[in-house]
Ligand binder design. Structure first.
Ligand code: NAD
Length: 493
C-alpha cells in the first residue's frame, strides 16, 4: 500500500505527529493508500512556508509574465499526466473514469487561461479631482490562501481555486477532503517539476475539524476559499470571520431542472438524466428537482424511467458503466436515509429506491438511480440536498408557478430550463434566483464562465476573468507633484 507524505515548502515530508489514515477505493471497499494525518504543527509549517514565499525568494520578485509561464508549464504537465491523475481520482472517489479523464484533460485550460491573465492585471491612473496630485491604483496578492476542497472533484477544485490565486501572485495551502487526498498530493510533484518556487504550493492532509479548522483559523492566512457542504461552510465562515479573513464559499444546491411542454423532450430527458444521475448524483449542481409541466408530466416521467432503467451500475473504470459507487460510507447512508424520508413523506418511488446489488457490486456502496413522483415542494426530499442519484418530480401548470416553485428553496446554485420559446427561456434566466442558469443544456462548465451560487449556495464566484479579483487587494497611491507646502496643515486636503 502506498504511503503518502505532506507537501510543504517544496518537499514531501512526514506529518509531525507521525500518524497516517487509510484511504479507501469506493468500488472495492478496500484501503489502497495511507494518507498523512496533518496536525496544527504541520499547518503552522505550511503557512510559514507560504508566507515566506510571498515576501522572500524568487516568487516575491518574479514578474507576472514569468508567473504566467510557470502556470502554462504546469498545464502542460497536467495534460501529459492526465491518465494517471484521472486513475487516482477514480480509485479515491469512485466516479466514472470517462468523466474524471475528461475533467483532468480539461483541467490544464485553467492554468493556460489564468496564466495568460497573470500579466494583464492592471491598475488605473485616476484623474483625481484635486490639483497637483498623481493618483493610481495597483492590485496586489491578498496573501496566503487556504484552499479547502470537497471529495467529489479534488483536482478540478485545485484548478478553480489555485489558478486565479497563483495568477494574482498569492501562495496557497491546500487541505483536500480526507476521503480523496491522493490526487492533490500527486499533483504537487507537477508543481515542483514546472519550477514553482518552494512554498508557493503546500498541501496539508487530514481531518476537517482538526487540520481544516487549524488552517482556517491560522492568523497567517488572509483568504479562505472553500468547497463543501453548507453546514461546514457556515462553520468555516464563522471561524474566518474571527480573523477578519476574506472568504469564498462554494456550497450545496437543490437545483430545479424545469421542463416546459414545448421543449424538445428527448433533449430534455437526456439533460435531466445527466443532471441527476451523472457522477452518481454527487455534484453540487445536480438537477435534483425536476419541475415538469403537468400537461406532459406522466409521459415525460415514463421516458425518464425508461432511460434510467438502461443505466449500467458497476466498476467506474469500465467504459460501459453509467453509474459508479457512492464515494463514502456516510454519504451512502445519507442517501438511503433520504430515500426512507421521501417514502415516509408520501412520495411515490417509480424507479430504484434501493441499494443496488448483484455481480460486481458486492464490495462498494451502490444506489439504484431513483425517481420519486407525487413530490410537493415543501417535502424534505424537495428541499434538502441529498448528493446522490435521487430525483424529485414536481408538477407545475404555468410559467409563474415554475418560477415560484423553482425559487422556493434555501439554495441558489443552478437551474435548468427546457423550452423552444426563446422569450420564455430569457424570462426564466432573469426570474430564477440562481448563480447559473442553463437553457436547453445542463451541467456545462468552462474556465471562462463564473461558477457559484447565491443564497445558501455560497459567496463569490470561481472561474471567469473576474474570479482573480477574489485574490487581489487594491492599493491606492497618492503622489504630490507640487513643491508648495500646504497652506493649512491642520485640515484635510
Ligand atoms: P464537507 O463540507 O464535509 O467538507 C469539505 C472540506 O471541508 C473537506 O476538506 C473537509 O475536510 C473540510 N472540513 C470539514 N470540517 C471542517 C471544519 N470544521 N473546518 C475546516 N474545514 C473543514 O463537504 P464534502 O462532503 O467533502 O462535499 C460535499 C458537499 O460539497 C456537498 O454539499 C456539495 O454540494 C458541496 N460541493 C459544492 C460545490 C460547489 O462548487 N458549489 C462543488 C462540489 C461540492
Amino acid at each position: 500500500m502506498h504511503t503518502y507524505q505532506l507537501f510543504i515548502d517544496g518537499e514531501y515530508c512526514d506529518p509531525a505527529g507521525g500518524e497516517w489514515f487509510d484511504t479507501v477505493n469506493p468500488y472495492t471497499g478496500k484501503a489502497w493508500a495511507r494518507i498523512p494525518r496533518g496536525g496544527k504543527a504541520d499547518v503552522d509549517r505550511a503557512v510559514a512556508a507560504a508566507s515566506r514565499a510571498l515576501t522572500e525568494g524568487p516568487w516575491a520578485t518574479m514578474t507576472a509574465t514569468a508567473r504566467g509561464k510557470l502556470m502554462r508549464r504546469l498545464g502542460d504537465l497536467v495534460a501529459a499526466n492526465a491518465e494517471s491523475l484521472a486513475a487516482t481520482e477514480v480509485r479515491d472517489n469512485g466516479k466514472l473514469l470517462a468523466e474524471m479523464a475528461g475533467q483532468v484533460r480539461y483541467h490544464p485550460e485553467w492554468w493556460y487561461y489564468f496564466g495568460g491573465l497573470a500579466d494583464k492585471i492592471e491598475g488605473a491612473v485616476v484623474p483625481i479631482d484635486k490639483p497637483d496630485l498623481l493618483t493610481f491604483t495597483t492590485h496586489e496578492p491578498v496573501g496566503v490562501v487556504a484552499a479547502l476542497t470537497a471529495w467529489n472533484s479534488p483536482l478540478l477544485f485545485i484548478a478553480w481555486k489555485c489558478a486565479p490565486a497563483i495568477a494574482a501572485g498569492c501562495t496557497v495551502v491546500i487541505k483536500p477532503s480526507e476521503f480523496t487526498s491522493a490526487s492533490t498530493l500527486n499533483f504537487m510533484a507537477l508543481t515542483k517539476e514546472a519550477g514553482f518556487p518552494d512554498g508557493v504550493f503546500n498541501v496539508v492532509t487530514g481531518f476537517g475539524a482538526e487540520t481544516g479548522a487549524a488552517l482556517v483559523e491560522h492568523p497567517g492566512v488572509a483568504k479562505v476559499t472553500f468547497t463543501g457542504s453548507d453546514t461546514t461552510g457556515r462553520a468555516v465562515y464563522q471561524a474566518a470571520a474571527r480573523g477578519l479573513k476574506r472568504v469564498s464559499l462554494e456550497l450545496g444546491g437543490k437545483s430545479p431542472n424545469i421542463v416546459f411542454e414545448d421543449a424538445d423532450l428527448d433533449a430534455a430527458v437526456a439533460g435531466v438524466v445527466s443532471g441527476i444521475f451523472a457522477a452518481t448524483g454527487q455534484t453540487c449542481i445536480a438537477g435534483s428537482r425536476l419541475l415538469v409541466q403537468n400537461s406532459i408530466r406522466d409521459a415525460f416521467v415514463d421516458k425518464l424511467v425508461a432511460m434510467g432503467r438502461t443505466a449500467k451500475i458497476g466498476d467506474p473504470m469500465q467504459a460501459d458503466v453509467n453509474i459508479g459507487p457512492v464515494t463514502t460510507p456516510p454519504q451512502f447512508q445519507k442517501i438511503m436515509d433520504y430515500i426512507d424520508i421521501a417514502k415516509g413523506e408520501g412520495a411515490r418511488c417509480v424507479l430504484g429506491g434501493r441499494r443496488a446489488e448483484g455481480v460486481g457490486l458486492e464490495s462498494g456502496q451502490f444506489v439504484q438511480p431513483t425517481i420519486f413522483v407525487d413530490v410537493t415542494n415543501d417535502m424534505r426530499i424537495a428541499q434538502e440536498e441529498v448528493f446522490g442519484p435521487v430525483l424529485s418530480v414536481i408538477g407545475f401548470d404555468t410559467e409563474a408557478d415554475a418560477v415560484r416553485i423553482g425559487n422556493d428553496v434555501i439554495y441558489g446554485l443552478a437551474a435548468g430550463v427546457w423550452t423552444k420559446d426563446i422569450g420564455r427561456g430569457l424570462r426564466m434566466t432573469k426570474a430564477l434566483k440562481a448563480g447559473m442558469v442553463w437553457v436547453n443544456t445542463y451541467r456545462a462548465v468552462s474556465y471562462m464562465m463564473p461558477f457559484g451560487g447565491i443564497k445558501d449556495s455560497g459567496i463569490g464566484r470561481e472561474s471567469g476573468m473576474s474570479s482573480v479579483k477574489e485574490f487581489l487587494e487594491t492599493k491606492s497611491v497618492w503622489i504630490s507633484t507640487s513643491d508648495a507646502v500646504p497652506a493649512n496643515p491642520f485640515i484635510q486636503r
